[in-house]
Design a protein around this ligand. Structure first.
Ligand SMILES: Cc1cc2nc3c(=O)[nH]c(=O)nc-3n(C[C@H](O)[C@H](O)[C@H](O)COP(=O)(O)O)c2cc1C
Length: 204
């Protein structure tokens, strides 16, 4: 099944009940993650890291520090989207390996100039990148007949310890992905466009 983007957006819901017996084929998961990696990152630093948690015992332990939410154990996979906060300084020339040498060295210098000493920018960039990847993952999964639940209802430090999160990485969010076992409850509803869309600048 292939849905267009608008249909995937309109049909996606946060799934709370997954079929625990369903295993997503590796090829589908690879396709979702390979396409999600085509989303943009600033300076192409690709500072997202995707932890694919399948191990049932680890999933049970994560659930205990995630408000006992069943999606953590019952989805086919639990994706933990992490940001490598120091990606900007880890051999940044490789982010521009396809570029001409002069472009590559200019971009490498620009990356250093933009991020060095700006810890909040480094962290925010990880949040932006993973947010975009999460959206792509959810819409791709939807278009392939799966359901997802974005999640931040968990103890970030405890989950970090369980997955051996490196010191210079941050967990951004989970995306639980699998076969829905029950339709979601009615949507909470959308605020009016007039409250959310501002023309040119906020009123004084
Ligand atoms: C960043 C983020 C964190 C969320 N955390 C949780 C969570 O921990 N548990 C949960 O059941 N739903 C969680 N949700 C789902 C939201 O409650 C849900 O997306 C929202 O109510 C809109 O409903 P819909 O996704 O079905 O349209 C989260 C959503 C987002 C975007």
């Amino acid at each position: 099944m292939t849905l267009d983007v608008a249909s995937a957006i309109l049909n996606r819901r946060a799934i709370k009940q997954f079929d625990p017996a369903y295993a997503i084929p590796d090829s589908d998961l690879e396709r979702i993650l390979d396409l999600a990696r085509r989303m943009p990152t600033a300076f192409n630093i690709q500072n997202w890291r995707f932890v694919v948690v399948k191990d049932p015992d680890l999933r049970r332990r994560i659930r205990t520090v995630a408000w006992d939410q069943p999606q953590v154990t019952d989805a086919s996979v639990l994706l933990i989207l992490c940001a490598d906060i120091n990606a900007w300084e880890k051999s940044p020339e490789r982010y521009w390996e396809n570029a001409q040498p002069d472009v590559r060295s200019a971009m490498t210098a620009a990356i250093d100039q933009y991020y060095r000493g700006r810890e909040h920018v480094q962290r925010d960039e990880g949040m932006r990148s993973c947010g975009m990847a999460a959206s792509a993952i959810m819409l791709l999964a939807q278009s392939m007949g799966y359901g997802t639940c974005p999640m931040d209802g968990f103890d970030f430090d405890a989950v970090g310890a369980l997955i051996n999160l490196p010191a210079d990485h941050e967990i951004v969010m989970f995306v639980a992905l699998g076969k829905p076992a029950a339709p979601p409850k009615p949507s909470g509803g959308a605020l009016p466009r007039t409250e959310l869309v501002i023309e040119n600048a906020f009123p004084r």
